[in-house]
Every structure is written in structure tokens, then in C-alpha cells.
Design a protein around this ligand. Structure first.
Ligand code: CA
Length: 368
């Protein structure tokens, strides 16, 4: 055996020996990742995210979640956060958590439509629930159970973690006066909204947020949606497009998610599991509040400082977006069993919650 091979073999034997020792002293030795012994102390997790590190709302929300878990567990479970591309690319967060490259991820469900068709329904749907209504569905109307069921085959446990509130319709360099103005338009838009504008003659593309400004400025895309004033101002999108359209009909209350590798979850003692679950809920509220508070300030800056022109989509355009959205939703639900189950649940919930919203917050806001 040459020297290099020997060193390699000896190294492996050493590692195996260490793991065996850890397993044989169950309960006394904190075990390394991948071992079978119980983990009770000094657990270190990685969290990969789809967002640039500490990007307002989304990235800061993920960092806040990690910090909360560390503090609530008194350092027994610490989470190191990685921005998009720091450990894995933005759209490989799901794979990384499934493989165990990271124990945790922060992202949005609709990015995983290629693996889980039903994921398109789990972040919220066009003309669907607002953020508040969405939280009601997750926690008190069966949504969370369906969410877990959809991700279970991938060894991933999802937690709703954050909500953007109602998003904006996007940035355009020409006015949208009728659906004819959408024909030939190359627009960045994810999820079901993408399919809707495709059917109306546009070309939807999905690119990570961090690349939007360059793509829009260079003319690679003609239009883009991202989130809302707070996030859009951070990417300087107002420098690359003139008109800022509302409302975000395609994302009326987008839920963000925390993904946890099921094996890593199972290895945690019950109290640390409860800390992770509770921290996700707390971070969820915090992120939603952050969006609500800072979108107003950012909107004022966009209009007053940067001269952005606000436009509402015409009623006829919105009516057409709505008609095609339901056509797409019904088709998707008919093609895939899990999508069908989730869509049925969402529809039943929306039917009952709608009347309440109409006579409470909606009616009140019309008169505030
Ligand atoms: Ca968006």
C-alpha cells in the first residue's frame, strides 16, 4: 500500500472508531451529526436560505429565527445562517435540506413546484388568502397538516415562517392598459402567476431576487415582480423601471417557510423540538410585522424621493388575471392528488373566511 492510500484508510478507521465510541456512550457524549446516539447538547445546525444574507425582511427574518433558537435553547442548539450562494444556490435550498447538507432552510414553497406540484398551493395562490387568513388556515383549519403531508416523502418537515403580506404587482417600463400589453412581455414572476401571464401571451421567467436589477436594466427581462416596497427598494428596482403596479394579485399573502431535515428533527430532544417550532412561529409574526411597518415608509420614499409612478392594474386586466388564475388552479388540482386535496381545503376555507373578512377588516378599511 502506498503512503497516500494508507493515510486515507487510517483516517477513515479513526473516524469510524470515534463514531462507535460516541454511540456506545449513549446519553453521556454529545454525538456528531450522522451518528445514532441521542443529541442533548451543543447541537450545531446550518440554515441555508434563498435570500441574500440579511436582506430586509426575508434575510433578516431568517437570521432572527436562528438567533431566537440559540437564545431560547441557551446555546444548546445553535444555527448558522447562509445567504443564497454562500453554501448552496438560492433555488437548491430544498435539496440541501433533503440531503442533510443543511439541517434547516428558509425559503418559499412555490420554488419547489418541480419536485412537489402541490407546493404551488402552499405559499398562497393568486386571488387567494391574505397573510392573516393564511395563518388561520395553517394553524386552525388543517393547512399545516396538509403542508407536512406534502413534504413528508422528501424527509422534510415544513414550518410556516413569515409572511410578506399583500405584494406589489411589479415593475414595468410601459403602461399596462389592457391584456394586449402583456403579449410578448418577458417578466420575472414565480408560481401560478407565471402560468397565468403565459396564457395571456407573456413569457414568464424565474430568476433569483439578487439578479433582478441587472436583468431588468440590461433588458434581459422587460418587467419583474419581487415583493413589495421594502424589498424592492433594497434592490434598487426603481432605477430600472418607471411604473410600479399594484396589487400583487398573484401573491396576496405569501407565506415563507422554514424547512427542517426530518432526521435532524428526530434526533432532537422534545424540548429543543418545541423551541424550534415556537421560534418559527415567533419569527413568523416578527417578519410579518416588519413588512407591515416598513412597506409604508419605503413606499413614501419611492414616490417622494425617487419619483416612482404608481399605477393600479385596470379592473378589466385584474378580472382577466382572476379568470385565468382559477382556470389554472382547477387544472393543477385535477392533475395531482395532493394539489387537489390542498386546493379543496383552501377553497372551503376561503369560502367561509371570506364573508367574515368582508364584514370585518375589509368593510372597516373601506371606511377608515
Ligand atoms: Ca413575489
Amino acid at each position: 500500500m502506498d503512503r497516500r492510500k494508507f493515510v486515507k484508510t487510517a483516517g477513515m478507521a479513526g473516524t469510524l472508531g470515534l463514531l462507535a465510541a460516541c454511540g456506545s456512550k449513549a446519553g453521556t457524549t454529545p454525538c456528531a451529526e450522522g451518528s445514532s446516539g441521542p443529541i442533548t447538547d451543543g447541537v450545531k445546525w446550518k440554515m441555508v436560505t434563498t435570500w441574500p444574507r440579511d436582506f430586509p425582511g426575508l434575510g433578516t427574518g431568517a437570521s432572527h429565527l436562528a438567533e431566537l433558537i440559540g437564545k431560547l435553547s441557551n446555546g444548546r442548539l445553535t444555527v448558522e445562517v447562509y445567504g443564497g450562494n454562500e453554501l448552496v444556490p438560492p433555488f437548491e435550498v430544498f435539496d440541501a435540506v433533503q440531503r442533510g447538507t443543511a439541517e434547516m432552510g428558509h425559503s418559499a414553497a412555490y420554488y419547489w413546484k418541480g419536485k412537489i406540484p402541490a407546493a404551488l398551493f402552499l405559499a398562497g395562490v393568486p386571488f387567494g388568502l391574505t397573510g392573516n387568513e393564511m395563518n388561520g388556515w395553517f394553524y386552525y383549519a388543517g393547512g399545516l397538516e396538509l403542508y407536512r403531508e406534502a413534504y413528508a416523502p422528501f424527509g422534510i418537515i415544513p414550518f410556516p415562517t413569515g409572511n410578506s403580506g399583500t405584494q406589489m404587482g411589479g415593475w414595468f417600463n410601459k403602461e399596462i392598459n389592457s391584456t394586449a400589453d402583456l403579449v410578448g412581455l418577458k417578466m420575472r414572476i414565480p408560481g401560478i402567476g407565471a402560468e397565468v401571464i403565459r396564457r395571456l401571451g407573456a413569457t414568464p421567467v424565474n430568476i433569483p431576487g439578487a439578479e433582478l436589477f441587472t436583468a431588468l436594466q440590461s433588458g434581459t427581462i422587460d418587467a419583474t415582480e419581487w415583493v413589495g416596497p421594502m424589498n424592492d427598494i433594497a434592490f434598487g428596482l426603481f432605477r430600472a423601471a418607471k411604473y410600479y403596479y399594484y396589487p400583487g394579485w398573484h401573491e396576496p399573502g405569501t407565506a415563507l417557510e422554514c424547512l427542517v431535515n426530518a432526521e435532524a428533527w428526530t434526533a432532537l430532544p422534545e424540548d429543543l423540538q418545541e423551541i424550534v417550532a415556537t421560534a418559527c412561529k415567533a419569527a413568523s409574526l416578527d417578519m410579518y410585522a416588519d413588512f407591515e411597518a416598513r412597506n409604508g415608509t419605503a413606499l413614501a420614499t419611492l414616490i417622494n424621493v425617487h419619483g416612482v409612478e404608481l399605477r393600479a392594474f385596470p379592473d378589466e386586466v385584474l378580472a382577466e388575471f382572476k379568470r385565468v388564475s382559477f382556470e389554472v388552479l382547477e387544472e393543477l388540482a385535477a392533475k395531482d392528488e395532493m394539489s387537489g386535496k390542498i386546493w379543496a381545503s383552501l377553497k372551503a376555507y376561503q369560502d367561509t373566511v371570506r364573508r367574515w373578512t368582508e364584514i370585518s377588516s375589509q368593510y372597516f378599511l373601506n371606511h377608515r
